[in-house]
Design a protein around this ligand. Structure first.
Ligand code: ATP
Length: 350
């Protein structure tokens, strides 16, 4: 455990009947960090968040927060605010009463509550909404109020369980930026569960990638994207081309390409991001250049997703992202041949 660790998970295990949902989870989260639990449906991310909240009891292991073992504390005795996926506001209470909920429970004086509620609705961008009812608010507005309610008691920890997944695409992007800005302003340690890799990459200080009840990798968004620790992470986060290759005699033999590579003879898979193949600039004599035939083009404005096949890779198909800055309209036609260059230092081999 680091000295600046705020939340510390030790050997957390969770079983439901005979089914193991989490196996030996160990994790340190620093004060003020924004951490995303990212993974496919069923990987255990919500269960882990609920254990931190005390809404689920772990089968084994400990949760420490602020240097204290809180493993056995009931939810009400823990120091966190939580926002769920579905707008879990009380429908029969006004915005003011929803936001004030935790403060009333703590027997805060009435005048202080009023002032705090007005501060909080302003903080989440809905000043003057105190007398409205949840049914009068949009989904995004309801989540903003749920966020205000979670922050009302100034908790040490903010837990967000897929808070954006019920919103439409535009609102989702807007609110995730607002949540990040708010989190940075308040400096509150935050954990958000999401299955949306773009969401995690865009807001998190660190991402915890989970798969099948275990942690696959913990790292900054850039580390997770650029240095995936496993095929699962490379595949789950971002788009990637997976191509068969072979290692022998200290060399990676990947189509026409030869790169130094450790280890004995074996078949491997090469993982290559679509943006790590360039069409320009290519100079005479450049290494790692190959011809590829365009099979499909998705025009996306400033750039294209281009699907190509190349004899250099036994006609395996590859998706590349090409910027229109460098390409003429004639060169971007189905059936035409492009010269492409690989960035070999970006290749991952598993
Ligand atoms: P999702 O995004 O679909 O919610 P998740 O990664 O959050 O997925 P969890 O909800 O944590 O996954 O569930 C992990 C596994 O544990 C799943 O296989 C789920 O079916 C199982 N599980 C969760 N809660 C219970 C429960 N109360 N009883 C039995 N099994 C459960």
């Amino acid at each position: 455990m680091n000295h600046d660790t705020f939340l510390n998970l030790r050997h957390i295990r969770k079983e439901f009947g005979g089914f193991t949902a989490l196996q030996d989870i160990n994790l340190d989260i620093r004060k003020g960090e924004f951490v995303c639990f990212l993974g496919p449906s069923g990987c255990g991310k919500t269960t882990l968040l609920r254990i931190i909240a005390g809404l689920e009891v772990q089968t084994a292991g400990e949760v420490h927060q602020g240097g204290r073992d809180i493993s056995r504390l009931p939810p009400a005795m823990r120091d966190y605010g939580i926002v769920f996926q579905s707008y879990a506001l009380f429908p029969n209470l006004s915005v003011a009463d929803n936001v004030a909920y935790g403060l009333v429970n703590r027997k805060t004086p009435k005048a202080d509550i009023k002032k705090r509620v007005s501060e909080l609705v302003k903080l989440v961008g809905l000043p003057g909404s105190e007398s409205k009812y949840p049914s009068q608010l949009s989904g995004g507005q309801q989540q903003r109020i749920a966020l205000a309610r979670a922050l009302a008691t100034s908790p040490g920890l903010l837990l967000l369980d897929e808070p954006l997944s019920a919103l439409d695409a535009l609102e989702r992007v807007r609110l995730r930026q607002e949540i990040r800005a708010l989190q940075q302003k308040l400096g509150v340690t935050t954990i958000m569960v999401t299955h949306d890799q773009e969401e995690a990459l865009s807001v998190a200080d660190r991402i915890v990638v989970m798969n099948d009840g275990a942690i696959e990798q913990v790292g900054t968004p850039m580390e997770i994207y650029r240095e995936p620790a496993s095929p699962f992470v490379a595949d789950f986060v971002g788009k990637v081309n997976v191509l068969p290759a072979h290692v022998s005699g200290g060399e990676l033999r990947f189509g026409a390409l030869r790169l130094p590579c450790d280890g004995g003879d074996r078949d491997v898979k090469v993982y290559l991001r679509p943006e790590d193949v360039l069409a320009r600039p290519i100079a005479d004599g450049d290494a790692h250049v190959f011809d590829a035939t365009i099979e499909k083009i998705e025009f996306l404005g400033s750039f294209c997703h281009v699907h190509v096949a190349s004899p250099a890779f036994n006609s395996h198909k590859l998706t590349v992202y090409l910027s229109l800055n460098f390409l003429s309209e004639q060169s971007l036609q189905i059936g035409s041949t492009l010269k492409l260059k690989l960035l070999p230092e970006r290749i991952k081999v598993f």
